[in-house]
Design a protein around this ligand. Structure first.
Ligand code: HEM
Length: 279
C-alpha cells in the first residue's frame, strides 16, 4: 500500500513536470493541458472498457484542488499596476458579494436547522419582551456588519498596520482616515479607515452584547434557551475581541488570523441562536 502510494505520488510529480514543460514549450496554459489530458484519458479508458470505480468519486476532489492550485499559481505571478485598479476593484466587489452570499446562506441553513430542532415559537406579550427581541435582531445585524468589515481588513491587509491597541499609532481616530480622494474610497482602500471601522464596530458590539445579556437576565417570561444562548454569545464575543486584538498586536500570525475568522462564524451563529429563541 505504502509503495503504491509513493509510486502514485512520484508518477503525479513526473506528470506535473511534463505538463509544465509542454505548457511552457507551446505557450499553453496548464489548465487547458490538464482538461485535454483528462478528456483524452476518458476516451482511452472508455475505448478499452477500463473502469476504475475508485477514480470517479475522486475526480471532483482532485479537480477542486487543481483549480485552487492554478488560482494560487496565477496569484503568485500577478504584478499590480495602476491600469489594473479597475479589475482589482471589480474582483474585490465580486469576492465581497460571495462573502455576503456565503454568510446569508449559512444564516438561512442554520435558521432552518434551529427551527427543526425547536419548532415552538416564543410567546412575547409585553413591550419589554419584544424590545429584547429587537435588540437581539440588531446584534445579529451588527455581527454581520462586523464580519464584513473584517473581510475588508483582511482584503487590503490593514491588520499589518497600526499594530497597537486601543490607540492607532497614538490616536483614537487616526488623522489620515480621509487622506484619499474621493472621500468614499477611504472606506475600501485606506488601511487607517478600514481598520478604524472594524474597531469602532467592535466597540459597539462590546457594549451591545453585554446589554443584551443583561436584558435577557432581567426580563421575565423569556424562553430559557434565549437566556443560556445569551451566556454563550457574551462569552464568544469576549473571546473574539481578545483574539482580534491578539491578531493585531502580534502582526497577524496565520493561525490566530484563521482562528479569528472561524470565531466570527461562531459569534454569528450564537447571535442567530438568541434571535431564533425569541422569534
Ligand atoms: C466580535 C468582534 C469581531 C468580529 C466578529 C470580527 C470578525 C472578523 C472577520 C470576519 C475578519 C476577516 C478574516 C478574514 O477574512 O481573513 C476579521 C479580520 C481581522 N480582525 Fe476582526 N473581528 C472582531 C473584532 C476584532 C477586534 C476587536 C480586532 C482588533 C482590534 C480585530 C482585528 C482584526 C484584524 C487585524 C483582522 C485581519 C486579519 C487578517 O489580515 O487576516 N477584530 N475580523
Amino acid at each position: 500500500m505504502t509503495n503504491t502510494a509513493i509510486l502514485a505520488a512520484s508518477a503525479l510529480l513526473v506528470f506535473a513536470y511534463l505538463v509544465d514543460a509542454v505548457g511552457k514549450r507551446f505557450r499553453l496554459p496548464s489548465v487547458v493541458l490538464l482538461i485535454l489530458t483528462g478528456m483524452a484519458l476518458r476516451q482511452v479508458m472508455d475505448g478499452v472498457e477500463l473502469h476504475l470505480r475508485w477514480v470517479e468519486p475522486m475526480v471532483p476532489i482532485i479537480g477542486t484542488l487543481g483549480l485552487i492550485l492554478i488560482v494560487l499559481e496565477g496569484a503568485l505571478d500577478l504584478t499590480v499596476n495602476r491600469a489594473q485598479r479597475r479589475l482589482i476593484a471589480v474582483s474585490s466587489a465580486a469576492a465581497l458579494a460571495g462573502f455576503v452570499a456565503a454568510l446569508a446562506i449559512f444564516a438561512a441553513m442554520f435558521w432552518v436547522g434551529l427551527s427543526l430542532a425547536h419548532p415552538r415559537q416564543a410567546t412575547l406579550t409585553s413591550a419589554r419582551q419584544r424590545s429584547v427581541r429587537t435588540w437581539a435582531n440588531g446584534v445579529v445585524a451588527l455581527v454581520f456588519a462586523m464580519a464584513l468589515s473584517g473581510g475588508f481588513v483582511a482584503g487590503i491587509r490593514a491588520g499589518f498596520a497600526y499594530n497597537t491597541f486601543p490607540l492607532m499609532n497614538g490616536h483614537l481616530v487616526p488623522p489620515e482616515i480621509f487622506a484619499i480622494e474621493p472621500w468614499w474610497h477611504n472606506f475600501f482602500w485606506n488601511m487607517a479607515t478600514v481598520q478604524f471601522d472594524h474597531r469602532a464596530l467592535a466597540w459597539l458590539l462590546a457594549v451591545a452584547v453585554p446589554l443584551l445579556w443583561w436584558k435577557l437576565r432581567t426580563t421575565d417570561g423569556l424562553p430559557s434557551r434565549a437566556r443560556s444562548g445569551g451566556h454563550l454569545l457574551a462569552a464568544l464575543v469576549a473571546m473574539q475581541i481578545a483574539l482580534g486584538i491578539a491578531t493585531l498586536l502580534l502582526g497577524v500570525p496565520i493561525a490566530l488570523a484563521a482562528a479569528h475568522q472561524a470565531g466570527a462564524v461562531l459569534v454569528f451563529a450564537a447571535a442567530l441562536n438568541v434571535a431564533h429563541a425569541l422569534r
